[in-house]
Ligand binder design. Sequence first.
Ligand code: ATP
Ligand code: MG
Length: 227
Amino acid sequence: MTNSQRHDVLRMSELHKEFREPAGVLHVLKGLSLTVQRGEIAMIMGPSGSGKTTVLQIAGCMIRATRGSVQIAGNDVSRASERLRLEMRRNHIGFVFQSFHLVDALSVYDNVALGLRLRRHPIDRKRILEMLERLGILSKARKLPRDLSGGEKQRVAIARGLVGEPDLLLADEPTSQLDSHSAEVVMELLRQAVRQYNPAVVLATHDPRLSCIADRQLRLQNGVCHA
Ligand SMILES: Nc1ncnc2c1ncn2[C@@H]1O[C@H](COP(=O)(O)OP(=O)(O)OP(=O)(O)O)[C@@H](O)[C@H]1O
Ligand SMILES: [Mg+2]
């Protein structure tokens, strides 16, 4: 193993993803390869429908590629059991969903605490409250998601994805609903996370503002990533 491979958190090689539809087969990824190292922020841009969410879902062990291999922290997850994939999701991956996926019945605070509870980490109340404060949503800590604006929900989803300090943070359009101030705060949080504990970060986005924190910008087109 070379020195750089040792630092690779995510290695995706020659991925293909086909969705079988009644109308035919939709071939979304056509040999995509992407490697992201510790401490690196990679940004994937590309038109709507190009497959950005699909790439993140494959990297996040939520769906499987049709062909190709995915390694996370040296583990081949493409051929692994669902049990190992669940372990990887729980212990190594933080995911910020494009449509947030907050738990409707839990408060803002408890939604963020879930990011720790699922990893069986102790609940660090101070850290959660500090994060909510930085994101400008501390006053919403006891509210339910249904009482939040879109941008507030998005900030809760970001806090939940980051709080467990995952080795691999996958964020799908994390600033799509944020004004420029909130987007700045989120970018600073991501920068700080990289400085403090060195995760690999993949951002799928249409938002050119994020380019100022990205180490690498990639374009997803015709099923592959271009530098
Ligand atoms: N489960 C599925 N079954 C069938 N087709 C799917 C499925 N998931 C995604 N697709 C299709 O795959 C293509 C890529 O979708 P994906 O959500 O990855 O795009 P995206 O780049 O994230 O788009 P956006 O910028 O709008 O979020 C789309 O044509 C979509 O309709
Ligand atoms: Mg998407």
